[in-house]
Design a protein around this ligand. Structure first.
Ligand SMILES: NC(=O)c1ccc[n+]([C@@H]2O[C@H](COP(=O)([O-])OP(=O)(O)OC[C@H]3O[C@@H](n4cnc5c(N)ncnc54)[C@H](O)[C@@H]3O)[C@@H](O)[C@H]2O)c1
Length: 250
């Protein structure tokens, strides 16, 4: 089950898990693109379904989980990649924008984790991988609500990992650096405008900030997530793993 499956990292995860012969439930608010992701998974020979789901709405999440259980009877992996971003200086952040971003990026992750917990505990197996960010471990100007939400995801992940560990379920967060997706291009356009440069120039500068001097492709993050869902990662839980080309070293 992949949230945010219609774009970027979520889409790359859906395709990677289809390649691994998983049955993939694609959840997103963007119906057309989400159906395209599910169709691409099917074209690889996997079973896949597209489910319209706003992760910030408990009723949507509950209905999506019910649909998956009715069709496939189990949920082995949850990937919470649905998210939005913001790049507004602190003094200009509206309370409504703060609440909306937290609702999707933090409450949405909580609702999805909560919705699969009993199922995975009853199965005595399962992997949850929550998308945090390097912004969950460090911060930049004009990222107050995003950074707060992503730090929150790391704390949430640790607590859920503690509760589910005795039941054979692993729960980890992945903290990507700059990944070339529509979200990053939106940030680049907004930040570039503030700094008087183009989005492409802003992206080139950010690539130079990275020890590897490049950005990631979405499939590289999907690869880390596939590892965390694999048997090889059974003894890893409660971690927030950076996949950022060395941007944050701890
Ligand atoms: N791209 C990066 O550089 C980067 C870096 C670190 C972390 N991340 C995180 O990775 C995750 C995926 O980001 P991405 O870059 O692929 O972004 P993206 O914008 O390409 O994709 C995000 C997806 O989430 C969906 N979505 C948004 N709100 C939703 C909601 N309420 N309910 C359901 N779906 C919703 C969108 O429709 C979209 O398909 C996000 O949590 C993001 O914060 C991204």
């Amino acid at each position: 089950m992949v949230t945010g499956a219609s774009s970027g990292i979520g889409r790359a995860c859906a395709l990677r898990f289809a390649e691994e012969e998983a049955s993939v439930a694609c959840l997103d608010i963007n119906d057309t693109a989400n159906e395209a992701t599910a169709a691409s998974c099917q074209a690889q020979g996997a079973e896949a379904m597209a489910i319209t789901c706003n992760v910030a709405e408990k009723a949507d999440v509950t209905a999506a989980v019910k649909q998956v259980m009715e069709n496939w009877g189990r949920i082995d992996v949850l990937i919470t990649a649905a998210g939005t971003t913001a790049s507004t200086p602190l003094t200009e952040v509206k309370l409504s924008s703060w609440q909306q971003l937290l609702a999707v990026n933090l409450t949405g992750v909580f609702l999805c984790n909560q919705a699969v917990a009993n199922i995975m505990m009853a199965q005595k197996s399962g992997s949850i991988i929550n998308l945090s960010s390097m912004a969950g471990k460090t911060s930049w100007p004009a990222t107050a609500e995003y950074s707060a939400a992503k730090s929150g995801v790391i704390g949430l992940t640790r607590s859920v990992a503690m509760e589910l560990a005795p039941h054979g379920v692993t729960v980890n967060a992945v903290c990507p650096g700059h990944v070339l997706t529509p979200m990053l291009r939106q940030i680049a356009a907004e930040a570039g405008l503030r700094e008087g440069i183009t989005g492409e120039e802003w992206l080139a500068m950010r690539a130079q900030d990275c020890p590897q001097q490049r950005m990631a492709a979405p499939w590289e993050i999907a690869g880390v997530i596939a590892f965390l869902a694999s048997k090889d990662a059974r003894y890893i839980t409660g971690q927030a793993i950076e996949a950022d080309g060395g941007m944050v070293m701890s």
